[in-house]
Ligand binder design. Structure first.
Ligand code: ZN
Ligand code: ZN
Length: 199
């Protein structure tokens, strides 16, 4: 399959704002999770993602699986691994997808370092861009088992978002959702005013 021509890959790139190897990996991880759970499209299941990293790889989960923070479908459990657990609230099934180790050549790493610290020549910049583009295409086209592993897991998925009432802070007048409201000098207060305002 040529992922680069897929519509959702274009949407992922648009959302993320640039193309990078991390984004390509995240795209393949999200697609693999969807497939492992037996869904063609994320609307089929009520999916929730628990992410172990907050880097580029996380964004495709928001687009491909519809697991956005605002919908209460994306949770962080940062371990520094390129790994994501995706669960379905309907079926109770969950899988953990993990990116397999990949080593860039020492030469490539030296070049990346040069570019990062702004010491690369124009020719080196061109080579860096070319090699990076090559790697992105490799990731998009590699067989799944060469890129990532999928393991079934059993997890307790976070509860659906609850709608809270939002009383006004009696100090600053701003609304604050109930679990974050405090009592300060006998008045309803937001956290900032509870810490700073004179009762
Ligand atoms: Zn990126
Ligand atoms: Zn306040």
């Amino acid at each position: 399959m040529n992922y680069a021509t897929e519509n959702d890959w274009r949407r992922v790139v648009e959302f993320h704002g640039h193309v990078c190897p991390g984004l390509a990996n995240g795209y393949r991880l999200a697609k693999a999770a969807l497939q492992a759970l037996g869904y063609e499209s994320p609307e089929d299941g009520d999916l929730v993602t628990i992410a172990e990293t907050d880097r580029c790889t996380i964004d495709p989960f928001q687009i491909v699986l519809g697991c956005t923070i605002g919908k209460g479908k994306l949770y962080m459990n940062t371990t520094g691994k390129q790994a994501f657990t995706v669960g379905c609230r309907k079926s109770g099934k969950a899988v953990r997808v993990v990116q397999l180790p990949y080593d860039y050549s020492a030469e490539n790493e030296a070049l990346t370092k040069k570019v990062m610290i702004g010491k690369a020549t124009d020719a080196e910049h061109k080579r860096y861009k070319r090699e990076r583009e090559q790697r992105i295409q490799e990731i998009l086209q590699a067989p799944t088992e060469a890129l990532l592993k999928v393991e079934p897991v059993s997890v307790c998925l976070p509860e659906k978002l609850f709608i809270y009432s939002s009383p006004c802070c009696q100090y600053c007048g701003e609304q604050v959702m109930e679990p974050w409201a405090r009592l300060h000098g006998g008045k309803i207060s937001c956290i900032a005013c509870a810490e700073n305002a004179k009762p």
